[in-house]
Design a protein around this ligand. Structure first.
Ligand code: URA
Length: 254
């Protein structure tokens, strides 16, 4: 291509092999078409404090998670939401396919919340949360619920759900008569909040980003096996997942 004079840098044809360019500043064209630099994937977790909206913009002018990412020049997007008054782990990335797969309801990515609720739950109430409770949009799927500590008036619980319905945890607790007073997401799939302070963020370590990708691959493989066995419920999840089609395309190409 270079020898044929089809490559230009800043409007000038280059004929020298090994010509160096700065992807931030130089305009490289091949056959007259602009060549975009490949943006490396960035993954980070943020400990969202209360009273911050979990989107990048808010028409109402409330503080957003974007305000908590100083120095992050890559455009990353939140993977899922936390309520304005909820706290804890939020994953942000520019890896759109991975984000979509992690949010796909059929992949059942577990999310764990530490919650303070009003009153003290009975064993029967705990069991019913675990089995599933009736909400206006249907019965919730099985959850894992543990008592963490007990105060005289309130209880602290840890609850792990595999769905991502709007205000789900609050609605589940409301359904058993114990409104949520405080909600902190402490785990999302393989990621844990650890001792990241409220309002702070950090980039994922390679092994954490790999664990996310592995989780999605494992879910896709499970979906594919189920599909092969004729579970129509997972057919949509598998064929509609952009990460799945991307991986399939890459496998075909390699
Ligand atoms: N469930 C809720 O009710 N709120 C959140 O922010 C997250 C899960």
């Amino acid at each position: 291509m270079i020898a044929a004079g089809r490559v230009t840098v800043n409007g000038k044809v280059v004929r020298e092999f090994g010509t160096r360019v700065d992807p931030e500043r130089d305009h490289v064209k091949v056959n007259g078409r602009h060549l975009k630099a490949v943006q490396p994937y960035a993954y980070l977790i943020l400990n969202k404090p209360r009273n911050v909206i979990s989107t990048l913009d808010d028409p109402g002018g409330r503080p957003t998670v974007k305000h908590l990412l100083p120095g992050v020049s890559v455009r990353v997007f939140p993977v899922g939401r936390l309520d304005f008054d909820s706290e804890g782990l939020m994953l942000l990335t520019n890896h759109g396919d991975l984000a979509q797969a992690l949010l796909h309801p059929r992949y059942h990515v577990p999310k764990t919340y530490l919650i303070k609720v009003k009153g003290v739950l009975t064993d029967e109430e705990l069991k019913s949360l675990g089995r599933g409770v009736e909400l206006e949009d249907g019965v919730t799927s099985p959850a894992t619920v543990k008592k963490v500590k007990k105060a005289a008036q309130n209880s602290w619980l840890e609850i792990t759900i595999h769905e991502g319905r709007k205000h789900q945890v609050k609605r589940m607790l409301e359904a058993v008569g114990h409104p949520v007073l405080k909600l902190i997401r402490v785990r999302f799939g393989p990621l844990t909040l650890g001792d990241l302070a409220p309002g702070e963020y950090r980039y994922l370590m390679d092994r954490e980003a790999n664990a996310l990708r592995d989780l999605v691959r494992a879910r896709e493989a499970r979906s594919a096996r189920r599909e092969a066995r004729g579970y129509s419920a997972d057919r949509d999840a598998h064929s509609h997942s952009p990460l799945a089609s991307n991986l399939r395309a890459r496998r075909r190409a390699s």
